[in-house]
Design a protein around this ligand. Structure first.
Ligand code: EPZ
Length: 421
């Protein structure tokens, strides 16, 4: 298994290009199941999760073509659905596989998807996805570890009220509603930028979608959707991560091809703790503002609140800040798995339920560490970049799920980082 070795202490300097957003790309890829015409996606990041989704789509009958010499371009064509079952072996690798449920039942009248089960950051049920499909006329059966959704006469538009603004449920239901008969209303919808990107795509394919970015979505399905070409929006979490990498090392990094406004409340929190973000024509320059970082409290919230996907990285930053910081996680029940690993690097963190009190220690020291999920892993990378001595990060496959060419990008900024087999 690969490991990453980082020799800390180098202030990062230079330019990094932000990739397309993984979490936007995954539902957009699933949208290819809604049409027999080609869906041409641009700015698709080269990541393990994207490869997993592609493999699943191929099992379902999708032809996937990467244009030679055109990185990031992926054409997906599903002339005929060959299977309506998303098997356990593929779904267990990536929870976002459940996003094929809505489009498959909408197009074929039946879909059978392995239940994803819990994961390192929480139990992550899919009850909201299923209740929404029921409101659109599907019957749901759970047996043998699989969920089967059936709507033999096709889905019908319905009124869906989400108990909490689940990103995945909103996406699954938007995909399904785009081929359902009649109008669907989704109340309590997620407002993340990835939802907005999906709305743009579905509209270009021929569905009527209104209200994206607000808590209420109105979608009227089309009898038939067409293919289209669409460039995936930049990855706001990758951008936030590199901004914090610049700040934690006391460097100055230009983030190219990103949109500051996609960071939501993180912008203000970063400014408050002493990270300067200067806008440029197609991104921003991140550096540490005058003086040391300061401890600042954050609470994770759905967009436009502080993203849970930036919480672990922010904790790494707070470990070396002056003063204390209270970090409260409200989205997932078990998303502090990085705290004990950061503690092994000298951090002072006390976890009480859903809050972690981080007392800044000024310097961290390198250590062998391992992480249990994508953002936890990258928080250890940030800590390692700032630490004295060498850090060895194990279970690198988590990073490969969501950070395109991380060691090349950081290496170009001057980091002493290498991957060893
Ligand atoms: C998406 O996960 C992202 N994944 C996650 O990114 C992100 O952390 C999360 O949204 C929150 O922003 C993708 O987009 C592929 P949710 P998702 O449904 O859709 C509960 C990363 O590191 N819930 O908004 O699975 C759930 O348990 C990742 O890139 C239900 O109770 O998240 C959680 O507590 C990890 N019932 C909360 O809602 C449901 O049916 C939010 O989950 C669905 C969700």
């Amino acid at each position: 298994m690969d490991r990453i070795l980082i020799e800390g202490g180098v202030p990062l300097e230079g330019l990094v290009t932000i990739s397309g957003a993984k979490n936007a790309a995954l539902p957009l890829m699933a949208a290819c199941l809604l049409t027999d015409e080609p869906l041409e996606l641009e700015n698709v990041p080269d990541l393990a999760d994207i490869a997993s989704m592609q493999r699943l789509l191929q099992v379902l009958g999708v032809e996937a073509r990467h244009l030679p010499g055109a990185p990031g371009k992926l054409t997906l064509t599903c002339e005929n659905v060959l299977s309506t079952t998303a098997p356990y072996d593929l779904v267990r690798r990536m929870r976002a596989s459940v996003l094929v449920l809505g489009p498959l039942v909408a197009r074929e009248g039946i879909a059978r998807v392995s239940l994803p089960g819990g994961c390192a950051i929480g139990t992550r049920p899919i009850d909201l996805h299923l209740a929404g499909l029921e409101a659109m006329g599907a019957t749901i059966e759970l047996a043998d570890g699989y969920v089967t959704a059936k709507a033999p006469g096709g889905l019908k538009g319905g009124i869906v009220r989400l108990r909490s603004p689940s990103v995945g449920a909103t996406e699954n239901l938007m995909l399904a509603a785009s081929l359902a008969k009649g109008p669907t209303e989704i109340h309590g919808a997620a407002r993340e930028p990835e939802i907005v990107d999906l709305a743009h795509l579905l509209r270009a394919m021929g569905a009527s979608v209104e209200g994206e970015g607000s808590p209420t979505l109105h979608i009227t399905g089309a009898d038939r959707l067409s293919g289209t070409r669409h460039a995936i929006l930049p990855d706001r979490i990758e951008a936030g991560t590199y901004a914090m990498a610049a700040a934690i090392t006391g460097g100055r990094v230009t983030l190219q091809s990103c949109r500051t406004e996609l960071l939501g409340a993180a912008i203000a929190k970063l400014a408050e703790c002493g990270v300067a973000l200067e806008p440029t024509e197609d991104g921003m320059i991140a550096s540490r503002a005058n003086g040391p970082l300061k401890g600042v409290d954050v609470i994770t919230q759905p967009f436009p609140g502080f993203a849970t996907d930036l919480q672990a990285q922010f904790m790494a930053l707070m470990c070396v800040a002056e003063g204390a910081s209270m970090i409260t996680e409200t989205i997932f029940e078990n998303r502090f798995m990085h705290a004990p690993e950061l503690t092994r690097m000298g951090a002072n963190i006390t976890v009480h339920g859903s809050s972690a009190l981080v007392r800044g220690v000024g310097r961290l020291t390198g250590a062998p560490v391992m992480a249990t999920d994508l953002r936890a892993s990258v928080s250890l990378v940030l800590a390692a970049l700032a630490a004295d001595g060498q850090t060895e990060i194990n279970r690198v496959y988590h990073l490969d799920r969501g950070y395109e060419q991380i060691e090349r990008k950081l290496g170009n900024l001057g980091a002493r980082i290498e991957r060893v087999a």
